[in-house]
Each structure stands twice: as C-alpha cells, then as structure tokens.
Design a protein around this ligand. Sequence first.
Ligand SMILES: *[C@@H]1O[C@H](CO)[C@@H](O)[C@H](O)[C@H]1NC(C)=O
Ligand SMILES: *[C@@H]1O[C@H](CO)[C@@H](O)[C@H](O)[C@H]1NC(C)=O
Ligand SMILES: *[C@@H]1O[C@H](CO)[C@@H](O)[C@H](O)[C@H]1NC(C)=O
Length: 476
Amino acid sequence: MGIMVWMLQLVTCFIIFFGQPSLSVDYSPPPTVLMGSSTLNKHHLVVIVTEYPVSTKIKRNTTGYIVGMEGVSPLILDWLSHRYKFNYSILDINAPPRPLQTLEARGPNNPGIISYAVGGECDAIIAVIQPTPFRLRQLEFVHPWLYTPIAFIIPMPEVSQNNIDALIKPFQFWVWMALILAIASVIVTLSLLKRFLKTTSLNITSVSINENSFIYVIGTLLNQGGYISNTMTPIRLVVGAWCFLLLVLLNVYNGTLISYVMATVHALPLINSYKDVSDSHILLVVNRGLGPDIVLSTAESGFYKTMGDKLLAHSKSRCNSTRQCVELVKSLPAKYVYLDGEVTLKAAIQEDYRQTGQCKLTIAAKNEDGNLGQGWGMAKASPYREKFNRGILRLHEMGLISTWQKWFEPNTRPCLNDNKDKRKAKNRKKKQLSRISLANLTGAFTVLGIGFLISLLVFLIEKAVFLWKTNRVLVV
Ligand SMILES: *[C@@H]1O[C@H](CO)[C@@H](O)[C@H](O)[C@H]1NC(C)=O
Ligand SMILES: *[C@@H]1O[C@H](CO)[C@@H](O)[C@H](O)[C@H]1NC(C)=O
Ligand SMILES: *[C@@H]1O[C@H](CO)[C@@H](O)[C@H](O)[C@H]1NC(C)=O
C-alpha cells in the first residue's frame, strides 16, 4: 500500500516537473497537422505553407484548425509525396492567434519563415518565393514552378463622355488641311475665272441669282447644293471636279463617322509601360516586405534603384495588405500604381470586383523580361532537394503545372479579358446590336451649341454696331 502511495507521489511529481514547460504560456510550438500519409512511406517531411493566389489557399474550420488546402502548390506536394513516398505534415506557424509571419524576420513576434527552415524546424517552405541575394544565402531554391510577369494595377481609364473628337477623327490632320486648301483654291479659281472671262460672256445678267463662289463652295460642301449660272467650259470643269471630289469625300466621311460616334472612348491610361513609372507625378505602391518591395528597396543601380528611391520617398508607398494597396490605387486623384506579379494583381482585381461589383482597376505595363520564376525554398543541404527538383521538372514536362495553374487562375471577367478567353467569349451569346444613344452624339450637340453661341455673339455685336452707328448719325 505504502509503495503504491509512494509511486503515485513520484508520478505526480514527475508530471508536475516535466509537464511544467507545456503549461507555460510563453512558448508553445506551432501545431503540426498531418496532411498526407501512407503506410508504405519511409520518410516524413514537415513543411510550412503560406497563402498566395493560385499557389495555395488554406481552409480552416471555425477554431482555426487547418482542414484542407487548395491550389497548385498542394497538388504538386501531393504528387511529389506519392512519387517519392513520404508522409508530410504542415507546421502551422500562422494558426489563428499567432501573428502572420513574413519570410524575413520582422519584430519579436515575427522571427520570419526563413528562420524555421534555417533552424531545421521544417524541411521546405511551400510558397511563391522570389529569389533575392539574402534569401539565396539562407535557403536552397527548388526549381521554380511559377512564372508570372511583373505588372501594375492602374485605375481603369474613365470612359470619356465628351466625344467631340468623333467629328474630327474620321479624317486625319493632313486630310483636313488638304480639304481647306482645296476649298480655298476652288474659290480663288472660280472668282478669277469669273472676273477674267466676264467680258466674253454674253448673258451674264439673264439670271438674277446673287452668285457668290464662296457661298457655292461652302453650300455644296455642307450638302446644301448651289447654283452657278455661268455655262462656260472652264468654270464648268472646275465645278465638276469640285463636285466629284465632294461626292467621294462626303461619303467617306459619313461612313467613318458612324463608327467613331459609336465607339466607347477611354481616357489615356495612367501608365503605358513600366518606364512611365519614373514620371514624378506617378506614385508606386507595393506590399510591405514581400518580393517586389525587397527587390526594389535593395537594388543598387539602374531602373530598380529609381523605383526603390520612389518607394522610400513616400510614406504611403508600402501598404500592409493588398487591400490597402488597391484602395490607394482607387483613391482620387488617380496617381498610384500597384506593382506585383500578374497573378496577385488578377486576384486583387477579382476580389475588388466581388466586393464592389464594379470594374475600377485594370492591369498595365506587363513586363515579361527578367521573369526568373518563383518557387519553393528548402533548408540548405536538404536531402530532398534533388527529388523536389526532379519532380517539378517532370511536372513541367508533363504540362501538369500549367494545367493546374489554369484551374486556379483568378477569373477576372468581366473586368479583364485576356486573349486566352477570346474563344470562350465568342461562344457566348452574339454581341447585341446597340442603337445610337444621346451619349454617342454629345460631341455633335456640343459643336452645335458652340455654333449657336458664336452666332448669337456675332448677332449681338452686329446689333451693337448698328445701334452705335445710328446713334452717331443721330448725334451728328
Ligand atoms: C506514414 O504514415 C503512416 C500512417 O498513415 C505510418 O504507418 C508510417 O509509419 C508513416 N511513415 C513515417 C516515416 O512516419
Ligand atoms: C476543427 O478541427 C479540429 C481538428 O479536426 C477539431 O478538433 C475541432 O473541434 C474543429 N473545430 C470545429 C469548430 O469544428
Ligand atoms: C502598417 O503597419 C505599420 C506597423 O505595423 C504601421 O506603422 C503603418 O502605419 C501601417 N501602414 C498603413 C498604411 O496602415
């Protein structure tokens, strides 16, 4: 009996003594969640997963426990685990009460994901990591799986309501110039011919219409017709040539006019190419501490350095979340552009459309150069690196990665329509015929309004001059 009590006490002491650290609130290791296993597997890998569009989306239940993952990275990992026969579990460093970890260390609560790999707590970082000099020193990079060009989100160029341009644009500048020249030369030629041929003409006075070559030329130009009583061959030849020119010109103009009137005119986009970003009135925003921020801030020369300086110069240029960046881009007056990989940008546009139901953003200045590819990181000298490299190359070869990428690519319709989607768009219902609305004709009405105003002004001036003259006559 005594021995039993003694044993119990010993066990209690044991529990209290050794159980103590796990009761402390200071440090508790992140939970580890087993995701894939099979009885045949000989190895066990611990990985850290970070969320990124297309790559990974983590699903948690209400208590914050990981219940599943979707995206290209989990599919690749699963494929690798089957091929190379390993169990894998996730070190859930971002389990809800914990602060979100970035790759590099930042602050006491954020030792950085890389430190887990360096410290041997995990074998691989399943993420979309952009290689930087610092990261290359700390990590071993697996062959990249994601190739996404760098691009910018800019505010969607406004639809311009004022389409006065529509009236001018059917002809190029030099056509208008040539037309003015033609009008002038026809008027001058007609006037000269009339003056010099007058004497030989027999029945000048038989028609009592007040003939003015200027009115005739302008009248025919505006489709109003006109009358020239002079039947002499030289004048007829000039008039005939003029009328033939008008026949062609007016029809061409009217034909082209319709397409311009119906076109939706967009204002110029904020930037057209990434070189425009160096413009001083354009401000750049990036996610704080993510790939683009690190690459630009640490650049030592060239264009990246210019952009890095731009980032430093503005306190708002680093935003804490993609949402914040997007809000900045949407803020007025439009001057912010948001830089990131195209995949992230598409996800942001999709998200914004879901929330607001409007297309306020678009992608511009896509740059395919210098696209080195991004992928997973592993601890230095990891024994699995060779297998992961081979596996990912094999997946590329089979086209599985690009297929999976298509599955998870953010759907940005209706805001953005890539060329890839053209086929699908064609299959949808035929484009509806649209009628000309008042909005299409604002340009024409504006010109009419301006014309009215000018003529009113001229009328008032005439009136005033007339009154002034009669007054003077009366006074005199
Ligand atoms: C992998 O998981 C299975 C259970 O699903 C287990 O039987 C096996 O021992 C595990 N292998 C390793 C190396 O942990
Ligand atoms: C979440 O999942 C964990 C592990 O499966 C489970 O223990 C917990 O009860 C779940 N929570 C809810 C609210 O379902
Ligand atoms: C982002 O967070 C940092 C500290 O966490 C804070 O100082 C900064 O003001 C925040 N930036 C914005 C734009 O909210």
